[in-house]
Write a protein that binds this ligand. Sequence first.
Ligand code: FMN
Length: 211
Amino acid sequence: MKNILVTHATFSGSTVEVAEFVAKELIAQGFRASVMPVQDVSSLAGYDGVVIAAPMIMGWHRAASGFLKKNRNALKHIPFAVLITAMSLTQIGETSVDGAPVTVDAALAKPPAQPGRLSLRERYARVSNYVRPILAATRPSKPVSIGLFGGRLEYGRLKWWAVIFVMLIIKAPAGDRRNWPAIREWAAGVADEFEPESMKMRVPVMEVQPA
Ligand SMILES: Cc1cc2nc3c(=O)[nH]c(=O)nc-3n(C[C@H](O)[C@H](O)[C@H](O)COP(=O)(O)O)c2cc1C
């Protein structure tokens, strides 16, 4: 049975639940999956696939980016997928970034107020702006899939400076925007990527012997 690591970084805790949900979906698809924080992963030896889940926190969570850089060499030999949680995303039809396929949560992504003339905030929240630094951290390898999904924001849990950043720059209202059906669908697609063609169920062919 293939062994998948689902590792996560978090600021307020909600992405941990997303990582656990993805692991459950992988298990439902016939994989073995372990979930752990990026700081607890000492080696990728023994894993057949890796999912790294982390939120946008003024850039992708630093511990997750650090994890990718630290494991850059190992990730040349193991398929990996990246899951990003966020509260603000500009929809301008980006389905891949520099050749890496991206799935965007349709419930999160918003088209710009004036197409063709993005505001500073809309430019900041483009898929490519979020994803390019992640690709730089994994180069020369690319994730088999990148998923960008709504997260959870609760102002009461944040320090004052975080409240100011999120209110002024992200302009996101508080709430739980995690889109479980969309995450499940993405995880099922990742499971397909982790399963080599040769292992996929083949349609049995009946051999007919000549009489
Ligand atoms: C300090 C801070 C910075 C954030 N920066 C961004 C951002 O740049 N873009 C975005 O879309 N969401 C941003 N968010 C929203 C988080 O990505 C979102 O709330 C996420 O679900 C948090 O996940 P967590 O609960 O695992 O920490 C930010 C939230 C905080 C608190």
